[in-house]
Structure formats: C-alpha cells, structure tokens
Write a protein that binds this ligand. Sequence first.
Ligand code: UDP
Length: 255
Amino acid sequence: MSTRQHLYDGKAKTIFAGPDAHHLIQYFKDDATAYNAVKHDVIMGKGILNNLISEHIMGVVAKAGVDTHFVERLNEREQLIRKVEIVPVEVVVRNIASGSLVKRLSGDCIPVKDGDTLPAPLLEYYLKEDALNDPIIAAKHITTFGLASADELARINSMTATVNTVLTEMFMAIGIRLIDFKLEFGRLPPELGGEIILADEISPDNCRLWDVETGEKKDKDRFRQDLGGLIEAYTDIASRFGLNTAALSTTGADQ
Ligand code: UDP
C-alpha cells in the first residue's frame, strides 16, 4: 500500500493526497461490496482491472467532449485525478430494466421484467448517504436542498446523456449491451472556475454489461448474485477493449 497521506477510504477505492493542492491519487482496492456493504469480499486483482478499464473509458469519454477528473494512470492501482468536491448524488442511467428498478417497481401497475428494453434511457438520482441506504431522490430534491444548482444539474444531465451515447456505442462495438450504469460528478475549486466534471470511475463495478450473444453477465452482478468468475468477466471486458492484461499481477493482494 502507498505511504502517501490517506484522505478518504471508500468501499472500493482509497483517496490519497496528490502532488499538489489541485490533484489527488485514486487507489483501486480489491474490495467488493454490495447492498450497502452488507455483502463484502476481497477479489484479488479486481482493482487492477478496474483501474485499467476506467482509464480507457474515461479517455474515450473525454475525447467525446466530457470533462473528467482523470489525468493519468500512475501504476497498476493508482490514478492521478483532479481534486473536486463530490456532488453527493449518484446518477444512474438505465437502458434496459434490471436490478433495483425491477425489484422496486415491478407489479400490476408497472409489469416491468428484468431485461426489458426501456422506451428511452431512464435517468435516476440517488442521495449518496450510506446511513440512509442511498435513497432515490427527484431532481427537485437536488436543487431544493442545494446539492447542485439548476445550472449544474442541467450540465450533469447533458454530460450523462453524452456518456450514455458514447458508452452504449463503445460496448456494442465489443459485443456488450450496456444495461445501466452509475456516474458521480464533482465541482472544481472556485479558483479553477468551479465547473462540474465527471468523477469517480467507470468500470464493470458500476455498469451492468451483458454479452450480446450469450446474455452472460460481465459485471459486479457476478459478485452480487454469487455467480463466480468475476475476474474472468472483467478480464474479458479489458481484453475486448484491446487492453493489455497479460502483464497485470492480478494474483497479488492490494495491501
Ligand atoms: N450502482 C453503483 N453503485 C451503487 C448503486 C448502483 O455503481 O451504489 C450501479 C450498478 O452497478 C448498476 C446501476 O448503478 O449498474 C443501477 O444499480 P441498481 O439501482 O439496480 O442497484 P443494485 O440493484 O445494483 O444495488
């Protein structure tokens, strides 16, 4: 583990102080959690794969004009990122029904089933508050309680729509259906303009990814549903993107 000053310990990542006031280091751990960390395990090599996959995806998203916090991958487990103030909202986009959407709403009124294609991408917001179990909230909660301004929310929505288009295409090109995903955004410091940029990571930990041909799950549902083969699935995603996984020490623990 790095000897840098430890600032924040998340479920799957640790944040360390960066080389200057405007940068941080994001360290990818092997911890896997689900259901608000009720389920927890360590899956050797997961952090290395997510670091690599997220670097690749953030690069493609940036080329499409979405500003992100990603600067560069430093090594197997660390990225240099821009320091932001995280907006405490998880932004979820659903193209196909699965997960909590089906659990929460499927019934007589809304007979939605796992795998149903939604008529249009469905945008949802969840409050990032573990103690409350990340409750779903409406756009008006975000502006009413000052989590983000109306202008910031409009920018978040527009960036999210672009990310969905870019991700859907890039996954389809490797034979994967993008079912849903979660994004987080952050605010640059006022002296750098205060703008909202994309933060966190984009990896199989926060996307649902199904093989077009076989329907096989290539994401964290392998852990959530005890399907096994998570490392194989994440490695498959990385390989399909042409990322070099051969040199990765996915057998080594992260701490
Ligand atoms: N998601 C996430 N972090 C969370 C909750 C959800 O990355 O704390 C992602 C999840 O991987 C999926 C999408 O957001 O791609 C929608 O998740 P859902 O609401 O269905 O929750 P789940 O049933 O996965 O807990």
